[in-house]
Ligand binder design. Structure first.
Ligand code: ADP
Ligand code: ASP
Ligand code: MG
Length: 313
């Protein structure tokens, strides 16, 4: 049975999971955290993969068959990462099998979209969710490679959406999510790091839903609330939440501390570093969110928590 006290949730965005080297770096962050706390990890799709899947889904719905080239592209990308992560033949076989199974499901779903000749939200949700179902086994493997037991966990077993949820932009049902998450994680052996697929959740009938683009941040905070985590760490490619998008404003400065309400306002105004719906679950439970840079792990990042009252002087 897995104890759920002093849990920390670490989420790695696609920007932090591009190839074997960056997946291995993410695994090292997880290992560091296991020295201080129990850890649940959340994996986004490898960089650019969800965009590729969205394009393929659009093309299929428009009657354009790009299924085999996409399958080949994703196969090469993920198998290359697998081979860069381990030389162990047994590990390679096991993870390659899971990659191939996910790709077969993807081919079937793209075929369904092509046949329908129009967008079908549930099929599109499964197509886009394939990115996380491909990446989580790789991050779990990288953690095992460092000597710590780890398993991929499909979020379909943990996160529950509200009734009548939009399959492409679903809202979560916190109580059902709490019960399902606690029940499923209790089946993991003690000391095993669960590596959860970000972005996706279960519809009430068990079908796959998405939390909206960028929704893996919400996966992390919803899981943190479900297990009463001590904190959530969002590992990304910038030094934290900044005053502006550094890609468009080189003068953007890091904000060391933010209240939940301030962070939510920035996210709603378009600061892509956090999904707009990711703040609420952490705020409701009073769990701090730390935004950290995967490429500068020593950097303090941004801490989001209850707003301190500041007196005017
Ligand atoms: P991840 O793959 O880690 O989820 P995202 O691309 O979703 O990463 O979010 C990180 C990006 O958000 C940064 O590379 C940056 O360009 C962008 N961004 C936009 N506004 C801000 C902001 N105010 N502070 C920090 N990053 C921002
Ligand atoms: N992979 C998904 C996306 O690109 C979810 C995420 O990265 O947060 O939207
Ligand atoms: Mg993101």
């Amino acid at each position: 049975m897995m104890e759920l006290e002093t849990m920390r949730v670490l989420k790695f965005g696609g920007t932090s999971l591009a190839d074997a080297r960056s997946i291995d770096a993410a695994a090292r962050r997880i290992l560091d955290a296991t020295a201080e706390s129990r850890v649940l990890a959340v994996a986004s799709a490898l960089a650019g993969v969800t965009d590729e899947l969205a394009r393929a889904a659009d093309d299929a719905a428009a009657g354009l068959d790009r299924i085999q080239p996409l399958r080949a592209l994703l196969g090469v990308r993920h198998i290359e990462a697998l081979h860069g992560l381990t030389l162990d033949a047994g590990e390679r076989r096991g993870v390659a099998r899971s990659i191939h199974t996910t790709l077969l499901d993807l081919v079937r779903d793209l075929g369904l979209a092509l046949e329908a000749g129009r967008p079908v939200p549930r099929v599109r949700a499964r197509i886009l969710a394939a990115g996380e179902r491909l990446s989580a086994p790789l991050l779990a493997l990288a953690v095992r490679h460092h000597g710590r037991p780890a398993r991929p966990v499909d979020a379909i077993h943990l996160l529950r959406t509200r009734a009548n949820a939009d399959p492409l932009d679903a809202h979560l049902e916190p109580e059902a999510t709490r019960a399902a998450t606690r029940g499923h994680l209790a089946t993991l052996p003690v000391g095993t790091v669960g590596v959860v697929t970000g972005f996706l959740a279960a519809l009430p009938d068990g079908g796959t839903a998405l939390l909206g683009r960028g929704g893996s941040d919400t996966t992390a905070t919803a899981l943190a609330a479900a297990v009463d985590a001590e904190r959530v760490e969002i590992w990304t490619d910038v030094d934290g939440v900044l005053t502006a998008d550094p890609k468009t404003d080189p003068r953007a400065e890091r904000l060391p501390e933010l209240g939940y309400d301030e962070a939510e306002a920035l996210a709603r105004a378009g600061a892509k570093v956090l999904h707009p719906r990711s703040i609420a679950p952490a705020a409701a439970a009073g769990i701090p969110i730390l935004v950290r840079n995967s490429f500068a792990p020593e950097h303090p990042g941004t801490r989001i928590g209850p707003k301190r009252l500041r007196r005017a002087v």
